[in-house]
Design a binder for this molecule. Sequence first.
Ligand code: GAR
Length: 189
Amino acid sequence: MKKIVLFASGSGSNVENIIQYFHDKPNVTIAGVLSNKRDAKVLDRCNRLKISSLCFNRTAFYNTECVLNVLKSVKPDLIVLAGFLWKIPSNLIESFPNQIINIHPALLPKYGGKGMYGNHVHQAVKDNYDSETGITIHYVNENYDEGAIIHQAKTEVLPGDTVSEIAGKVHALEHEYFPKVIEQLLKQL
Ligand code: GAR
């Protein structure tokens, strides 16, 4: 049995999609969802889907070993950041080498780094008149959006696309590819 722990800060549509994808797969379990936001919509989704969730604040995350200890007791095979917006501290990266992955809503190395998340990314794509955008699934290291790339997928951006239309296209790619890439990685472990 392979175990996944998910981290999320916001709506959690990716979290829900991943939970649904693995729901009927007997050899993969979602051990829980961790969030840095007490009022994040992802927590409502977890309640509805009967998946354990846990919140932590900035102090607990950066100045204590609380989250590390939770993860050590759960022993996940893979830690998946699905719309998680805080930088991962080095104690977690060192304890789970090559076991933490992130999804970014652009074709890295374009539009990565601090402050580049959600609609900020899609707005930048529009402002630069890019004709394509996409998703990047990558390993997490100590710098934002800089770990080795595992998978990318592209979508077309039309001149008249609004930011929310671009976001919709990117979300569709995320929902299509993220669970499959996770499944592939778990098979290789
Ligand atoms: C996703 O588009 C994800 O790529 C992005 O946050 C969104 C979360 O959506 N992550 C980042 O921007 C990380 N830099 P969701 O809450 O509906 O899954």
